[in-house]
Design a protein around this ligand. Structure first.
Ligand SMILES: [Cu+2]
Length: 155
């Protein structure tokens, strides 16, 4: 009986530690935005979310301070066409799934976060906070660094 009780307590402890570990290891990194021209009211944010845990989750929203921009939304860029008449399109994305043991990259030409109603131009070296909301209610915080726009890269 004692042995059984110990085994049960052990299993509960492992489950609990596993859960707290998950929250520590899911991370968002390398967040950046390209610098903007005067008068430009929108910008795109890029970053990588990694999920080394056993459980999938969804990113349901991405927020920046109201001092930085008025609205944010997740978009996916795609190129449609036959190679001769290509057209870049952008569609809103409600949420983004991050599978277990994988990472999702928000990058130029793919997933990105569009921020609109920019309060001021983004200058190289500027930093501002960004918060990702997850489907389980948890949030991930990081800092966005403004970098020079790479030539040839599309939003
Ligand atoms: Cu967009």
């Amino acid at each position: 009986m004692r042995r059984l009780t110990t085994a049960v307590i052990g299993a509960v402890l492992v489950a609990w530690v596993g859960c707290t570990t998950e929250h520590r290891v899911v991370e968002v990194r390398s967040a950046w935005a390209r610098d903007t021209a005067p008068g430009q009211s929108t910008a795109a944010l890029y970053f990588t979310v990694s999920n080394p845990s056993e459980h999938a989750f969804r990113i349901t929203a991405v927020k920046v301070p109201t001092e930085t921009a008025g609205t944010t939304s997740m978009h996916r860029s795609a190129v449609t066409g036959n190679g001769e008449h290509d057209m870049a399109t952008m569609a809103p994305v409600g949420s983004v799934r991050v599978a277990p043991h994988s990472e999702v990259r928000f990058r130029p030409g793919g997933l990105h976060v569009m921020i609109e109603q920019l309060r001021h131009p983004l200058k190289v070296g500027d930093r501002f906070p960004m918060t990702l909301e997850r489907s389980n209610g948890a949030t991930l915080r990081t800092e966005v660094t403004v970098r020079v726009a790479e030539s040839g890269a599309k939003p």
